[in-house]
Design a protein around this ligand. Sequence first.
Ligand code: NAD
Ligand code: AKB
Length: 318
Amino acid sequence: MKKILVLGSGGQIGSELTMRLREVYGDSNVVATDLKPERLTQAIQESGPTDGVDATKMDDVARVVKKYDIDSIYNLVAILSATAEKNPMLGWNVGMGALINCLEVSREMKCALFTPSSIGAFGPTTPLDGTPQDTIQRPRTIYGVTKVTGELLGDYYHERFGVDARSVRFPGLISYVTPPGGGTTDYAVDIYYAAVKGEDFVCPLKQGTLLDMMYMPDALNAAINIMEADPTKLIHRNSFNVTAMHFPPEVIYAEVKKHFPNFKMTYDVDPVKQKIADSWPNWMDDTCARKEWGFKPKYDLPAMTVDMIDKLKKKFNK
Ligand code: NAD
Ligand code: AKB
């Protein structure tokens, strides 16, 4: 049985991935940690081991790996795109600090390592329609620079030291447990919260802005399945394009409106987010993930919308 460490368990992905990993591998085999352990959900705190870890401190990562006899690390620590653009040094120090510590600890203590990359690893000179697996990666955000560097480091540590580092390029993730942490794609979560709470929604991206998206259950499966994949079948490692759907704001609005006919969305474009979104793929080609390890998402926009609204209604007693 694996002994898994999750770094950044308090975040949008970590709050759900930790619980999913505990279902699959056993509660006591998944150690949930965060810089701010008070961010961990009650469900995480009550179902298994937890610890406070600053992933930018190598000693702290090594301490927890030793203490719990860890063999696999899910590193979810980063500052997301829009927040990192406000404080690029913080974006670099947190994203790269956590990653290099995880790689070094994994090298010394023989751990497998998952660290998500993002559609943010691409930039305006990338082919934005049907973005290929292997293509131009010249991002213009500090977030993207950390993601490309992370992909290169993951492959370097694999080839040079045999570290089992694997990754996927997540698109914008949509979920209801923990709100997103300051990204460009957050609007596609916020729109559901507004609709369910009976509020109008102001969209920070302009009409026609196409972006790749995925519902959280498919992202959790991707994170687990890539780490379970047969290594002899992997031609790529860091990092696989994965996507489930792509739409512009007016299309998700129309879908939500089917459930809330009086729901209103207006636009107030945030120039920083718009510039980032315009530089990211309209849609990625994820054929390699499908072929090399069987990636197959279940949710499209209508199915996700039904489930998001149902779960948020329960969350807010609506
Ligand atoms: P998030 O911002 O919601 O969560 C990050 C967590 O890391 C937070 O709980 C935070 O407290 C913690 N953290 C910050 N600094 C830390 C430190 N020094 N030590 C330990 N913990 C620290 O992020 P997320 O959305 O869950 O994203 C997780 C990973 O997935 C990131 O690498 C992100 O770039 C990537 N990703 C996310 C999305 C998405 O849409 N959510 C899309 C693509 C890629
Ligand atoms: C962001 O918008 O920064 C993230 C991502 C797609 O990486 N959601």
